[in-house]
Write a protein that binds this ligand. Structure first.
Ligand SMILES: [Ca+2]
Length: 356
């Protein structure tokens, strides 16, 4: 499994402080940067919407194509926990047909009389209903694919408690992209974290106009490559807050030791109650805050069969803000949707659930 691939390749590195121009440039040696720089996410002690794996989400979802207003949505397939709904017409959800496969699900839009239009859309195109940006031509705002999670699964997977500390044991998904950093060779590590529900709060009450099923959070770690093979100079961590990306300098972050390298290589972030938006700070003394040490169950994003599913993870509301999130699919850094390529079909992936 991909998480084992990451963890199996661990090599203990070293943290070296190299004197720079008036400041210390920290170099971290690791053979496995995804593991070494994976964040520690501290959750709110009152958090009810815990993380879950993508597999668990899919297994507990009904897969639909959302049609124009006045035309009924079309149920296409069901997750493995919904056996009583599986039949000759409504098959299981095949993750490979959500994301990678050349045999991706395909559906047509509707005319006003609900007759099918000629234009056809595949599940690995960016079709999230009400999504902003570069959706396929002709697709109406309310049209597109979505995974409607069984409401009972919205609260995610309960953390296990170890020595009084609640610990989240759910996969996070990582991908690595080469990127120039001020003219030098660098690497951007992208971590994807999934929750069953986005439920931001004001004065303790959910904000309905921003509440939706399915919540993908993304956090990036930007590294400059060092002179030696396997040496990295951490530059910054990028989080999304209030609809904007924010780059937080590495030397202002709290960090903790874990795995993948010697020393404190994991940035510590705290997730806001309900919305899970990440802030670069640990709450003061919080032994009851669930901790998600994401390096403990890291999976490679790009090898997941659902990777590039361009529909909504979560039910469709009446606007983008009340519709499920899009997952690892978009080229966020460029602010536009990447052209989607089709890949060779791969064997259906084995269960990578957290087993709870
Ligand atoms: Ca639902």
């Amino acid at each position: 499994m991909s998480s084992e691939r990451f963890l199996g390749a661990l090599l203990i590195g070293a943290v070296l402080a190299v004197a720079g121009c008036g400041s210390d440039i920290e170099t971290i040696a690791t053979s496995n940067p995804e593991v070494a720089f994976a964040p520690l996410v501290q959750l709110d002690p009152q958090e009810r919407r815990m993380p879950l794996s993508a597999r668990r989400f899919i297994d507990r979802s009904r897969f639909w194509f959302s049609h124009r207003e006045g035309c009924p949505d079309e149920k296409i397939a069901v997750g493995r926990t919904l056996g009583e709904e599986q039949n000759e017409r409504i098959n299981w959800i095949f993750a490979v047909a959500l994301g990678k496969g050349p045999f991706s699900y395909f559906r047509n839009g509707d005319e006003p009389d609900c007759e099918r239009r000629d234009d056809q859309y595949t599940a690995n195109q960016y079709t999230r209903p009400f999504g902003a940006g570069n959706r396929p031509k002709g697709l109406l705002p309310e049209e597109g694919y979505y995974l409607d999670l069984v409401d009972a699964a919205r609260s995610g997977t309960r953390p296990a408690t170890s020595g009084g500390q609640p610990l989240v044991r759910v996969p996070a998904y990582a991908e690595r992209r080469d990127e120039e950093v001020d003219g030098d060779d660098g690497v951007r590590l992208v971590y994807w974290l999934l929750y069953g529900m986005n439920e931001p709060r004001a004065n303790g009450a959910p904000i309905d106009r921003l509440t939706h099923e399915g919540d993908w959070e993304r956090v990036d770690v930007l590294l400059r490559k060092g002179d030696e093979e396997g040496a990295y100079e951490p530059v910054s961590v990028r989080v999304r807050r209030d609809g904007r990306w924010r780059d937080v300098p590495w030397d202002s972050l709290q960090r903790t030791a874990g795995a993948g390298a010697d020393g404190e290589s994991h940035p510590v972030l705290s997730a806001e109650l309900g919305s899970h938006e990440l802030a670069p700070a640990r709450r003061p003394s919080c032994s009851s805050c669930p901790e998600w040490r994401t390096w403990g169950a890291l999976a490679e994003a790009t090898t997941q069969l659902w990777y590039r599913f361009g529909g909504a993870w979560g039910d469709v509301g009446t606007s983008s803000a009340t519709t499920g999130a899009v997952g690892p699919h978009r080229e966020w850094s460029r602010g536009r949707i990447e052209a989607i390529e089709h890949f060779q079909r791969e064997a259906e992936q084995a269960e990578e659930d957290e087993g709870v």
